[in-house]
Design a protein around this ligand. Structure first.
Ligand code: CP
Ligand code: NVA
Length: 310
């Protein structure tokens, strides 16, 4: 059966665990895997910008002995002059994996529906699974385990990365507070809350939305924030969003309210003095660059998993 990775909950906890452990192995001994995907091709379709995702996938595929194609959707007929189903079927005749970063979740779902090869979501408006698997690798490396910790998220609750953190904390039976404004435009969608409740059944996970930042920070082991201006949000909304999210900015006071050994994470790109202050992101508790590096290793492990190479 062809497997896809459209959101992190497409993998079971056991599969997430296997992929994270493989990534740790690949990171330790990259040379061992240099021919693992020899002769294989990854197609990367980009509708939105990227630095980390594009470079890490391209480098990762090359390090596995394969080849990656960067294809800007701006230059393609995707969804305009031809159906996404035709694109998926044609690309499947040429390449071994299709990855896509699109605005609308339905587009990557359709690619997966019609492709005959695995499809990886490189970020849409609903999910960012490669990011969150890499982030959990980082947490495992920093804490030594993925058991029994509290993650607190601050800022935009109506957000791909937030949704994936919620799903992953639910899968792992963890505690998570999402601190965001009391406004449906900035809070998680109901379908995500429903999915998280389902994933939390019988495993002790407690994922909840709160509106008070200090309450979320209390006892937290991981403090996480993401951009207030995700790709595609119009510039005209910036002032309004800044006003709404400022009470959720990660400051030194938030870090002090968390556990003394808490780590600070941001998937990047980050804006200093927006979602966090410079002293937090550039401070001793920040792990953002280790977090960014792990995108390379985890994506190699994801591609190996989807190509059935371990
Ligand atoms: N974190 C992340 O996905 O970064 P890019 O948008 O640069 O790919
Ligand atoms: N929420 C952000 C994540 C960037 C990696 C965005 O969608 O732009």
């Amino acid at each position: 059966m062809i497997r896809n990775l459209l959101k992190v909950s497409d993998f079971s906890k056991e599969e997430c665990e296997r992929v994270i452990n493989k990534s740790i192995e690949v990171k330790k001994n990259p040379k061992k895997f240099r021919s693992s995907l020899e002769g294989e091709t990854l197609l990367m379709l980009f509708e939105k910008p990227s630095l980390r995702t594009r470079i890490s996938f391209e480098t990762g595929m090359q390090q596995l002995g394969g080849h990656a194609i960067f294809y800007s959707i701006k230059d393609s007929p995707l969804g305009k002059k031809e159906n996404i189903s035709d694109t998926a079927k044609v690309a499947s005749r040429f390449v071994n994996i299709i990855a896509a970063r699109v605005y609308k979740r339905q587009d990557v779902w359709n690619l997966a529906k019609y492709a005959d090869v695995p499809v990886i979501n490189m970020l849409d408006d609903y999910a960012h699974p490669c990011q969150i698997l890499g982030d959990f690798q980082t947490i495992k490396e920093k804490r030594g385990s993925l058991e029994n910790f509290k993650l607190a998220y601050f800022g935009d609750g109506f957000n791909n990365v937030t949704y994936e953190l919620m799903r992953m904390c639910a899968i792992y039976g963890l505690r998570m507070d999402v601190a965001c404004p009391n406004n449906p435009e900035y809070s998680p969608e109901q379908s995500v809350i429903d999915e998280v409740l389902e994933l939390s059944k019988n495993n002790g996970a407690k994922v909840k939305v709160v509106n008070n930042a200090l309450e979320a920070a209390k006892d937290a082991d991981v403090i996480y924030t993401d951009s207030w201006m995700s790709y595609g949000i119009p510039k005209e909304q910036e002032e309004e969003r800044k006003k709404a999210f400022m009470p959720y900015q990660v400051t030194s006071s938030i870090m002090e309210a968390a556990k003394s050994d808490a780590i600070f994470m941001n998937c990047l790109p980050a804006m200093r003095e927006y979602e966090q202050t410079a002293e937090v992101i550039d401070g001793p508790q920040s792990v953002v660059f280790d977090q960014a590096e792990n995108r390379l290793h985890i994506q190699k492990a994801i591609m190996l998993f989807l190509r059935d190479k371990f």
